[in-house]
Design a protein around this ligand. Structure first.
Ligand code: HEM
Length: 120
């Protein structure tokens, strides 16, 4: 059973940290809520670098820095959903698919898995 939640680019863009909104970012085809992470000043690269992508696609920036496996694992903990399929850029559809446990879901079915092209 799939528990994936899908967001449109438009919906993500509303969560840009302005007017008290949360801060969501897109990396690959997934949506992450980084509000708390930034509020607690936890990013080793600084808050500003991520804030620049608030409500937007940060895939290129995230990948180009060459983040560690630890950083990618941390990122997974912020996942709240995925982009609606017809909005996933073509080049990202080719990403390899991995299966991860989605710990953020309210759903008690903790074995339910979702796919996300996070790693190559
Ligand atoms: C929520 C998304 C992100 C998470 C969880 C994250 C996490 C991390 C972590 C754990 C590190 C320490 C080094 C490592 O383990 O690779 C790091 C470093 C860094 N990150 Fe991110 N990062 C995120 C997004 C971004 C974005 C969008 C940028 C944009 C350019 C960025 C730029 C950097 C830079 C420049 C460093 C190096 C800092 C230094 O060594 O002084 N990060 N990030």
């Amino acid at each position: 059973m799939s528990t994936a939640v899908y967001y449109s680019i438009e919906e993500v863009s509303k969560n840009n940290g302005k007017n008290g909104s949360q801060i969501w970012i897109i990396i690959n085809n997934c949506v992450y809520n980084v509000t708390e992470y930034l509020a607690n000043n936890k990013h080793p690269g600084g808050t500003d670098l991520i804030e620049e992508y608030a409500g937007r696609n940060a895939t290129k920036a995230f990948n180009e820095i060459g983040h560690s496996a630890d950083a990618k694992n941390l990122l997974k903990t912020f996942k709240i959903g995925e982009l609606v399929q017809n909005e996933v850029p073509e080049e990202l559809k080719k990403s390899h698919t991995i299966v991860i446990n989605n710990k953020n879901k309210q759903n008690r079915n903790c074995l339910s898995t979702i796919t996300c092209g996070l790693f190559h």
